[in-house]
Design a protein around this ligand. Structure first.
Ligand SMILES: Nc1nc2c(ncn2[C@@H]2O[C@H](COP(=O)(O)OP(=O)(O)OP(=O)(O)O)[C@@H](O)[C@H]2O)c(=O)[nH]1
Ligand SMILES: [Mg+2]
Length: 334
């Protein structure tokens, strides 16, 4: 089982600026040289970088302090202290960073290679050389370095999937994902096999275009209030383009299940109900009577088109992909 962490609070600390130096030039036979204290180095910044190779936030430890390097102090002979190195923290695409106290959204990563400097390192202090003037020939002071910024943030990962497969536990969501993408989710005949969303890529028309599909853990009544795997995974479907509702054909309560699912999605976020969706019944291979399919479609005709498949036995999967193009990606079809 993968240990999928999708929300974590950490603290970040940019480097302190190095102190400016108080120093006087020393030379043989020169008793008192002028001031030559160098400036302190700047503290390093804390930088976040989105990287496609990173897929979870599990490398981060809760409440841990992540610090960039401090700047070094300036020294004599006007030597500038070394700047502190930036701390670069990699996060998956889809990560949002919030200020932990105010919950203000600080950054939203959507592209590979995107960076943001979240905590600025403190400036190094000026050495006493800087303060020399005609009226002040021998300043015996220098500036201290400034403090680096420090605060608590919340990292939250939302999968960026184009399509979400939503359904009750055991409907066959993972089986479908495994059939239409290269993903290898765990599949088993019991509820809540999938504990965290799985993501796969569908390649269409000899790779003319691709889209991502997420298999969301089973949703049960009360999910939006935290029942079952609950809320934590509803947020992964907030950004999808469309929803594929999958129902178990061995247990036909489509209307009740659909209204429960839509109710949970809607209580979590109204906007989810505005997205295009498809109704799909899975496991039709267990229907022995060939006329049963027609009857089922007829009885649900008031809900619109209901698509019938068997993910496991590969029935109607190509047609389903065509249908998905039509419903979810009309702009891609030429
Ligand atoms: N007969 C039949 N069984 C299927 C079909 N598709 C999936 N199954 C079976 O249904 C069971 C559940 O499949 P999963 O893909 O794990 O279901 P899920 O919706 O991902 O379940 P959770 O992760 O628990 O929510 C497994 O035993 C599958 O083999 C199908 O088309 N026909
Ligand atoms: Mg599953």
């Amino acid at each position: 089982m993968s240990n999928f962490i999708d929300e974590i609070q950490i603290r970040i600390q940019a480097g302190h600026g190095g102190a400016g130096s108080v120093h006087f030039h020393k030379e043989k036979f020169v008793e008192f040289g002028g001031p030559d204290g160098g400036d302190g180095g700047d503290g390093g910044d804390v930088v976040f970088l989105a990287d496609t190779r990173v897929i979870t936030l599990e490398q981060y430890l809760p409440d841990r302090l992540y610090s960039a390097e401090d700047g070094q102090a300036g020294t004599g002979n006007q030597r500038h202290g070394k700047n502190g190195a930036d701390l670069i923290l990699k996060v998956p695409i889809g990560t949002q960073i919030f200020d932990f106290e105010t919950r203000e959204l600080l950054y939203d990563f959507t592209k590979d290679g995107e960076t943001v400097r979240l905590a600025q390192g403190g400036r190094g202090g000026k050495g006493n050389t800087f303060f020399k003037s005609s009226t002040h020939q021998t300043p015996r002071f220098a500036q201290p370095g400034e403090d680096g910024q420090r605060f608590s943030i919340l990292l939250q990962l939302k999968l960026i999937a184009d399509i979400g497969i939503v359904g009750l536990p055991n409907a066959g969501k993972s089986t479908l994902l495994a059939k239409i993408t290269q993903a290898h989710p765990k599949i088993a005949g019991y509820a809540f096999t999938t504990l965290s969303p799985n993501l796969g890529v569908v390649r269409r028309h000899e790779d003319l275009y691709r889209y991502t599909v997420a298999d969301i853990p089973g949703i049960i009544e009360g999910a939006s209030k935290g029942v079952g795997l609950g809320l934590s995974f509803l947020k992964h479907i907030e950004r999808v383009r469309g929803i594929l509702f999958l129902f178990d054909g061995s247990n036909l309560y489509l209307e009740e299940e659909l209204s429960m699912l839509r109710n949970e999605l809607g209580s979590y976020n109204e906007a989810l109900l505005q997205k295009p969706y498809l109704l799909v019944i899975n496991k039709i291979d267990i229907w022995d009577d060939p006329n049963f399919s027609l009857e089922v479609q007829k009885s649900y005709s008031h809900l619109g088109e209901v698509f019938l498949i068997s993910a496991d036995k590969d029935i109607n999967l190509d047609a389903l992909l065509d249908k998905m193009d039509e419903v979810f990606f009309p702009d891609q079809i030429t």
